[in-house]
Write a protein that binds this ligand. Structure first.
Ligand code: Z5A
Length: 209
């Protein structure tokens, strides 16, 4: 695989979607014309994934059990890796992905309390061992993020989870960042422009493009 795989992670409302869009526009104008910048996301980066996303998130009253939830995120990822991410990386393109395996560790592991070994098995099966070249973790106080999401409109099933759940998720990201050098923490409690400047500076330093 000759492309680059860059993942954006963080709690709800941390600004991933905003920053991915801005990063893609900048990166496409900055890197060589033979590379295409692709934006995708989990869950929901494929046709099957959009159906899975509906099951997982759209109905705030749906009663998806925790084990089924873990496997549905795994199924979404398996389809996504096979039909979108790997083919794009094989073409030498740059894939910017809103959430990937660390979301499962943070939400289903630290949030729901699943054993890490079980999550690693699901992630391994879904990805075949693919991991990001770089993960940009937009770190934000969960109350600030949830407030942004509330102001935007109706919260989905997971956004309605208890505050302590989201705090455990943030702690999960912190612990992952302590262990894996591919995860870079970015203070997301700043202006969009300041965050974007830092992302661009990190990407320039990689000398990949
Ligand atoms: N999930 C899981 O449990 N396990 C898994 O394996 C995976 C996912 C892959 C996906 O939700 C859910 O799935 C998620 C985890 C779970 N849980 N929840 N809920 P999603 O895709 O619908 O949502 P999200 O990924 O959490 O993103 P989001 O809520 O849309 O937030 P965001 O993309 O990080 O932020 P944003 O849309 O760019 O910004 C949110 C608002 O804040 C918006 O109005 C912006 O204009 C504003 N904003 C953005 N940046 C700033 C700054 N810097 N200052 C002020 N305001 C800002």
């Amino acid at each position: 695989m000759s492309g680059k795989f860059i993942v954006f992670e963080g709690v709800e409302g941390s600004g991933k979607t905003t920053q991915i869009q801005q990063t893609a526009t900048w990166l496409q104008s900055w890197c060589s014309q033979d590379k295409t910048v692709i934006i995708t996301r989990e869950p929901g980066g494929t046709k099957l994934g959009r159906q899975i996303r509906q099951l997982l998130l759209d109905d705030p009253h749906s009663c998806v059990g925790n084990r089924a939830e873990l496997l549905l995120y795994g199924a979404d990822r398996a389809q996504h890796v096979e039909s979108v991410i790997k083919p794009q990386l094989d073409r030498g393109n740059i894939v910017l992905c809103d959430r990937f395996t660390d979301s499962t560790i943070a939400y289903q592991g630290y949030g729901r309390g699943f054993d890490r070994a079980e999550i690693d098995k699901v992630n391994q099966l879904a990805t075949g061992g693919l991991h990001s070249d770089l993960t940009l973790w937009l770190d934000l106080d969960v109350t600030v993020g949830l407030q942004r999401v509330l102001e935007r409109g109706k919260p989905d099933r997971m956004e309605q989870a208890a505050l302590e759940f989201h705090q455990r998720v943030r702690q999960g990201y912190q612990e992952l960042a302590n262990v894996y050098p591919r995860i870079v923490r970015i203070d997301a409690d700043r202006t969009q422009a300041a965050i974007q400047m830092e992302i661009q500076s990190i990407l320039i330093q990689t000398k990949w493009f």
